[in-house]
Design a protein around this ligand. Structure first.
Ligand SMILES: [Zn+2]
Length: 391
């Protein structure tokens, strides 16, 4: 148990002290995000109900002085911008520099591998020595033999543990095969976007690619209201500055709130369901709170908050008599002809009226000309008369 804990500690220490090498996880700038306010490396934490929503944070003030956080920057929008800039920037020049940078990383990796080799050799040597000591003792000297046997076992366990630890390090070390990596990088220049977006390209690979070209990214979200300012320090030493509209935390802060409300109202009036409205909003480039895409539930929530009633039939009072295109609603036809909604449905079913729904469950739009109204009213009078005569 203690051993396992120690191994885990070692692994953590190793990872913490080795920020240059990409690790698993979704945040692209992990390890190279620098706080634009105090110049310190930003750490990464995961938030959200599933703990999968990354945030770059500078904890300096809180940790050192017990004060407020220096700043926290939501990772996904920043990552998306850096990704876009990277894909634009990765031209042949940059590829050449990346290959040179790769040489450095390889050298670093080789040095670490040498350290591992020494540790592994020493562990094996210790185990072998313990075996020889056990081998040398007379079996009748049981107490000593048992003690030496235990020592031998312990040393063997150490060998296993170190081998395991090494294998784990090896699997996390991305630069396993320099030549192959270089070839891959060369190919990368030819079709980076395809490789970048390929399903088979893991998050760690993307970070690796990024580090070949980008040294660090400085983030500051207090410089300008509602924006994240970022400076990319490229491996060439060149820098570029960019601004990103900040995604705010609540709908209330939404910068285009009024535009959003208007659009939802329009789409709702056009008889679309919440899910369809969400799809349209996403297509039109609207972004929900926290930078997420809209879902039906978001639209429902906003409609409720803004008191935009659904135009679905079962919310009868919500339907106008006539739609903007001149067609009638079920209610409209019912009032016009002096019949119940149920009768209107019967008429539709029997072809006395022609109408359509965008989709099932959506309001009916019924064509009803003046001539039709007269004809149907006459028909209703006849029916009433014949009923009276029959009774
Ligand atoms: Zn800071």
């Amino acid at each position: 148990m203690a051993n396992q804990r120690r191994l885990a500690d070692n692994a953590n220490r190793y990872e913490a002290g080795h920020t240059g090498v990409p690790r698993k996880g979704s945040a692209l700038l992990q390890g190279i995000a620098i706080c634009g306010r105090c110049g310190r490396h930003m750490s990464l934490r995961y938030t959200g109900p599933n703990g999968d929503y990354p945030v770059y944070c500078c904890r300096f003030d809180r940790d050192q002085r017990g004060g407020a956080l220096c700043q926290e920057v939501r990772a996904l929008p920043v990552d998306a911008l850096v990704e876009r800039l990277l894909l634009d920037a990765l031209v042949p020049d940059q590829i050449a520099i990346a290959i040179a940078a790769m040489g450095q990383l390889e050298e670093e990796s080789r040095q670490l591998e040498r350290q591992w080799t020494l540790r592994r050799e020493r562990a094996r040597y210790e185990a072998e020595r313990a075996r020889r000591q056990y081998d040398a003792v007379e079996p009748e000297n049981r107490l000593v033999a048992r003690s030496l046997e235990r020592t031998w076992e312990e040393k063997l366990r150490d060998v296993d543990a170190i081998e395991e630890e090494h294998a784990r390090w090896r699997s996390q070390e991305p630069l396993g095969n320099g030549a192959a990596d270089r070839a891959e990088l060369q190919a990368l220049g030819e079709n980076l976007p395809r490789i970048w977006h390929a399903v088979t390209t893991a998050a760690a690979d993307r970070k690796r690619i990024l580090r070949f070209v980008v040294r660090e990214v400085v983030l500051d979200q207090r410089r300008a209201q509602g924006q994240v300012w970022l400076k990319i320090v490229w491996q060439t030493g060149a820098t570029s500055e960019h601004c990103l509209q900040r995604r705010v935390h609540t709908y209330r802060d939404y910068i285009d709130l009024e535009r959003l409300r208007r659009r939802i109202t329009e789409l709702n009036n056009a008889g679309k369901m919440d899910k369809e409205i969400a799809a349209s909003l996403n297509q039109e480039g609207f972004v929900a709170a926290r930078g997420w895409a809209f879902k039906g539930e978001n639209v429902w929530l906003l409609r409720t908050r803004w008191k935009i009633p659904t135009t679905k039939i079962n919310g009868g009072s919500a339907n106008p008599m006539r739609w903007p295109d001149g067609t009638f609603s079920i209610q409209g036809v019912a009032v016009e002809l002096g019949i119940t909604s149920q009768t209107v449905f019967d008429y539709l079913a029997h072809g006395h009226l022609a109408g359509r729904q965008l989709t099932k469950g959506q309001p009916w739009q019924i064509d009803l000309s003046d001539e039709q109204i007269d004809r149907l009213r006459a028909r209703l009078r006849r029916t009433k008369r014949s009923r009276k005569e029959a009774s």
